[in-house]
Design a protein around this ligand. Structure first.
Ligand code: ACO
Length: 332
């Protein structure tokens, strides 16, 4: 054991809305069909929040499960980071609402925005707080209710997205053989127009006209994002494994961002890691943005796909455009 603190995950959890929207349901809403959605994306259904529900509702549910599994209470938290692009409202941070409702009286709280890469960014920030000694226990949540920022008349985007939350507790490892090896994070803001919401910020405040034109909803250049994703996903995975001193054979499980099954297939080909080592749940959830990787990781843990000592690779990409990857030795 060295004297250096090593951070890692000691508990994960997830929560999704009850309501399911199938491809057949979407066929009644826009000019699309199950065959197109399935072959182009792999998605069969997605979970959709009820009217009046907000990101913090699901962040709290996922966070409580993660804390229980980690064997800590809200009082033990020093920091709450919520990765989201769909906070309850522009002000205050979703994290402050979660902090209050959990009763995390000793915790600082802030939101982090890196699109679908948000949870990988949040883990990296949490790791630094823990390894620098500034925090003992950090709740890192990825949550998005993309249904609230989706233009439900735009078939090029509305078939892709879903709602949900995933959470992890980042703490100092008791045995420093386990925990995070490293992270790589990146951004190329020149790609911002490929995935954006025009109105509702300081450049274009909300107006009646903007609302009428759906300019407060997501627009995406799917082909541009696809090309970007295929490249950065492979680059980030190779770089992080290299930095961690691991080979492709050392990887026991890959948990990629669940945006499109074809993007995941491209990673299988490029990295040469067998397909069965990739955890894929996109058919059941669609793209849940910052929640996608933690929901998938939580499912993998619940399904017994993860055992102590496994090397797990997380890799994501999203609006910004951003990307990130992390690798860890699973601790429990
Ligand atoms: N149903 C039926 N037809 C459709 C639909 C639909 N839902 N959507 C588009 N089409 C049509 C198009 O109009 C086009 O028709 P045309 O040839 O007559 O013009 C045709 O299908 C092909 O469209 P493409 O956009 O070329 O289809 P593509 O194979 O690129 O797939 C997709 C589109 C699925 C969006 C893909 O580009 C993709 O997955 N991109 C990446 C998206 C992503 O990963 N986003 C992640 C970030 S999300 C975040 O950060 C919130």
């Amino acid at each position: 054991m060295s004297s250096k603190i090593r951070a890692g995950l000691i508990g994960v959890g997830a929560a999704v809305p009850e309501k399911i929207l199938t491809n057949a349901d979407l066929e009644k809403m826009v000019d699309t069909n199950d065959e197109w959605i399935t072959t182009r994306t792999g998605i069969k259904q997605r979970h959709i929040a009820a009217p009046g529900e907000a990101a913090s509702d699901y962040a709290i549910k996922a966070g409580k499960i993660a804390m229980e599994r980690a064997g800590i209470t809200a009082e033990d938290l020093d920091l709450i980071i919520i990765a989201t692009i769909t906070a309850d409202s522009p002000l205050p941070a979703c994290a402050s609402i979660v902090q209050d409702k959990l009763g995390a009286t000793h915790a600082a709280a802030f939101d982090l925005q890196a699109g679908c890469t948000g949870w990988v960014y949040a883990l990296s920030v949490a790791r630094n707080f823990v390894e620098n000694g500034a925090a003992k226990n950090v709740l890192a949540v990825g949550v998005d209710l993309l249904s609230t920022i989706t233009n439900w008349t735009d078939r090029t985007t509305c078939v892709l997205f879903g709602d949900g939350a995933g959470a992890g507790i980042v703490s100092a490892m008791k045995d420093d053989e386990y925990g995070f090896y490293d992270f790589v994070l990146g951004s190329d803001g020149s790609g911002a127009p490929a995935l954006s919401i025009e109105a509702g910020g300081s450049r274009v405040p909300i107006t009646h006209e903007a609302l009428d034109e759906h300019r407060n909803k997501v627009v995406m250049n799917g082909r541009e994002v696809f090309k970007f994703a295929v490249k950065v996903q492979g680059d980030a995975a190779e770089l992080i494994l290299n930095r961690a001193g691991l080979s492709m054979e050392d990887v026991d499980l890959v948990v990629p961002h669940q945006a499109n099954v074809r993007i995941i297939e491209s990673a299988v080909k490029r990295l040469g890691i067998p397909e069965e080592k990739f955890y894929v749940n996109i058919p059941r959830y669609g793209n849940t943005s910052a929640a996608s990787i933690p929901i998938a990781l939580n499912e993998a843990v619940e399904a017994g796909r993860v055992k102590k000592g496994d090397n797990i690779l997380l890799v994501g990409f999203g609006a910004g455009l951003t990307w990130g990857a992390g690798v860890m030795k699973w601790a429990y």
